[in-house]
Ligand binder design. Structure first.
Ligand code: FE2
Length: 505
C-alpha cells in the first residue's frame, strides 16, 4: 500500500491488449497499476517493488503463472494473488487455490467480474491487516494498563521491548535509561541477550542525539545492506527519546529491516504511544523511589530518636541490619527481600517510641505492668506503620521479632514455623547484638556469653536452623566483630558455656 493508501497492483499477461484493457479499467479505481507482458521482467519487479495484489495469467508461453505466484509469496507475505486462464480445468483451479491464490478467473471475463474479484481480494487483505493491528493493539493495551498496575519497572521494560518487536516488526529492541541530571546510564534492557544487533540497540551514543534538543521526534538512520539471500534491503536504526517533564530519561532503539519502504507513519505513532507509556512508568518508578527514600529517611530519623532516648542502644539498629543481611544472604534471599529486610530491621523497634522513658531506661527489674508496656512495643510499631503501604514488608519483622520458637515469646505466642521467618531471623541477630551491647540494666557481655546464649536457646527461643547459619558465619569469620563490637575472636575456638539466662532485648 502506498502512503496515499492506493493499493499497488501488478498485472502480468503476455498478451499486450489484455494488459492494456485491465490497466485502463483500473486507472479510474484509485489503484497504482503496473502491467507487464514479460514474466521475467515481472519477477524482477516483484523482487524490487511493493505489491499488494497481483493478477497473472496462468500460461505465458513456457512460463507459468505459478512461478509468479511463488515469487509473490516469497517477497510479499500478505499480497493477494488472482490467476487468469483461458483453459480452465477443475484440477488446475484446485491446484492454484491450494498454492495460495485468492481467486481464479476464467477468460474471457467481464471487466465487472474482474473488478469485483479485485475488490473482494483487497477487502480480504484489509480485514487481515486490521486483524493484525487489533492483535497488536491488545498487546499494546496490556502495556498501557501495566503502567498503572504496579508492574515492576524491569518487567515493564521487557514488555515494551517485546511490544516494539511485534508492533514494528523489529529485528531487535533495546532501552537505555539514564539519570536525567548526571546522564549516567541506570538501566539497559534488550529483547534478547543473543541479539546480533546488541551493539546498535544498546549504543549509549544514541542518547547524545537528544542531549541538546527537546524534540520528541525519533531519529532514523538508514543504511543499505545485502541480506543473506543476496537481496538488497534497508537497515533502519530508529532511536526514540524518552522525555519526562521535558527532561531526557533515555532512549528506545530499534533495528528494523525493510525491503521496500520506510516505516509507515502509523507504526511510528505506535512507537510514540509506547514511549509515552514508558515515560509514565519511569516517572512513577522515580516518584515511588523518591517517596520511599523520603519515608525511609523520616522513619530512620524516628529510629534514631528511639535510640537517642536510650544512649546504651546507640548503633543497635545499624548493626542488626548488617548482621541480618549477612544471614539472609546466606539463606539465599533475593535482592528485593534484602531491601525489605533492611526496612524491617530499621523499623523493628519503632514501637519503643511509645514506651515511657522511665520504663525504657529503668536500670532495675521491670514490674509486671512495666513489662507489659515494654512487651507491647511490637504492637505499637505495627500501629505506627500499618497505614503506610510502602512499609508493609516491614510488618513481619516488627510484629514477630520477640516470638520464641517454642511458643513462649510475645506478643502472640506463635510457635515454630508459624512465626514468620523474618521474625525468627531478626530474633537471633537482635539478641546477639543486645547481649554484646551495654544496656541500662546491665553491661554488655562477652562474645562467649552471646554465642552461648544462642546455642543454649537453639530450638527453644531461636529457630535452630538460623542459629546454625549464624554460627557458621561467625566461625568462618564473615562477621566483622572487631569493627562492630571492638573484640576479636577466633570463632572456631569460642567455648560455649552450658548455662545462660534469657536476655531482654
Ligand atoms: Fe524489640
Amino acid at each position: 500500500m502506498t502512503d496515499s493508501g492506493r493499493p499497488n497492483i501488478l498485472v502480468v499477461d503476455d498478451e499486450q491488449y489484455i494488459c492494456n484493457i485491465i490497466e485502463e479499467s483500473l486507472s479510474a479505481d484509485k489503484c497504482n497499476t503496473t502491467a507487464l507482458t514479460d514474466p521475467k521482467e515481472a519477477l524482477e519487479y516483484i523482487e524490487n517493488n511493493p505489491v499488494d495484489l497481483v493478477l497473472t495469467d496462468l500460461v505465458m508461453g513456457e512460463f507459468s503463472g505459478v512461478q509468479i505466484l511463488e515469487a509473490v509469496q516469497a517477497n510479499h507475505k500478505d499480497a493477494i494473488i488472482l490467476l487468469m486462464t483461458a483453459h480452465p480445468t477443475v484440477q488446475t483451479a484446485i491446484s492454484v487455490l491450494k498454492k495460495g491464490a485468492y481467486d481464479f478467473l476464467v477468460k474471457p471475463f467481464k471487466l465487472e467480474q474482474l473488478k469485483a474479484a479485485i475488490q473482494r481480494g483487497l477487502e480480504h487483505q484489509r480485514i487481515r491487516r486490521d486483524n493484525l493491528t487489533l492483535q497488536g493493539q491488545v498487546e499494546f493495551l496490556k502495556i498501557v494498563n501495566a503502567t498503572g498496575a504496579g508492574v515492576k519497572i524491569d518487567k515493564f521494560l521487557s514488555m515494551v521491548t517485546g511490544s516494539c518487536m511485534k508492533e514494528l516488526s523489529a529485528e531487535s529492541a533495546g532501552i537505555i535509561l539514564i539519570d536525567p541530571d548526571t546522564r549516567d546510564t541506570v538501566r539497559k534492557v534488550i529483547d534478547r541477550d543473543t541479539s546480533p544487533y546488541r551493539e546498535e540497540v544498546l549504543d549509549e551514543g544514541t542518547i547524545l542525539k537528544f542531549a541538546y534538543t527537546r524534540s520528541t521526534q525519533p531519529s532514523i538512520q538508514a543504511e543499505q545492506i545485502i541480506q543473506p539471500d543476496n537481496r538488497r534491503a534497508n537497515k533502519l536504526v530508529v532511536s526514540q527519546p524518552i522525555f519526562v517533564r521535558r527532561k531526557l530519561h533515555g532512549v528506545i532503539n530499534l533495528v528494523v529491516i525493510r525491503r521496500f519502504d520506510e516505516i509507515p507513519p502509523g507504526q511510528l505513532d505506535v512507537l510514540a504511544i509506547l514511549t509515552n507509556a514508558l515515560a509514565s512508568a519511569v516517572a512513577n518508578h522515580k516518584l515511588y523511589h523518591d517517596l520511599r527514600a523520603s519515608y525511609l529517611q523520616a522513619i530512620r530519623g524516628l529510629a534514631n530518636a528511639v535510640e537517642a532516648r536510650d544512649a546504651y542502644t546507640a548503633g543497635h539498629t545499624d548493626r542488626v541490619c548488617r548482621l541480618a543481611e549477612l544471614v539472609a544472604r546466606q539463606m539465599g534471599w533475593d535482592e528485593a527481600r534484602i531491601q525489605h529486610l533492611i526496612m524491617g530491621c530499621t523499623l523493628h523497634d519503632m514501637g519503643k517510641i511509645g514506651v515511657p522513658d522511665s520504663v525504657l531506661n529503668k536500670p532495675g527489674k521491670l514490674t509486671d505492668q512495666e513489662r507489659q508496656l515494654m512487651q507491647n512495643h511490637p504492637n505499637l510499631g505495627l500501629k505506627i506503620i500499618r497505614g503506610i503501604d510502602l512499609f508493609k514488608p516491614a510488618i513481619p519483622f516488627i510484629i514477630a521479632h520477640h516470638e520464641h520458637y517454642d511458643g513462649c515469646g510475645y506478643p502472640r505466642g506463635l510457635k515454630g514455623e508459624r512465626i514468620p521467618v523474618e521474625g525468627r531471623l531478626l530474633a537471633v541477630v537482635d539478641t546477639f547484638d543486645a547481649i554484646l551491647s551495654d544496656r541500662p540494666y546491665r553491661r554488655g557481655a562477652s562474645l562467649q556469653v552471646a554465642v552461648s546464649e544462642l546455642v543454649t536457646n537453639r530450638g527453644t527461643q531461636f529457630d535452630p536452623v538460623i542459629v546454625d547459619i549464624f554460627m557458621d558465619l561467625l566461625r568462618r569469620g564473615r562477621i566483622n566483630l572487631r569493627e562492630m563490637y571492638g573484640c576479636d575472636a577466633d570463632a572456631a575456638g569460642i567455648e560455649v558455656p552450658q548455662d545462660s539466662k534469657k536476655v531482654r532485648v
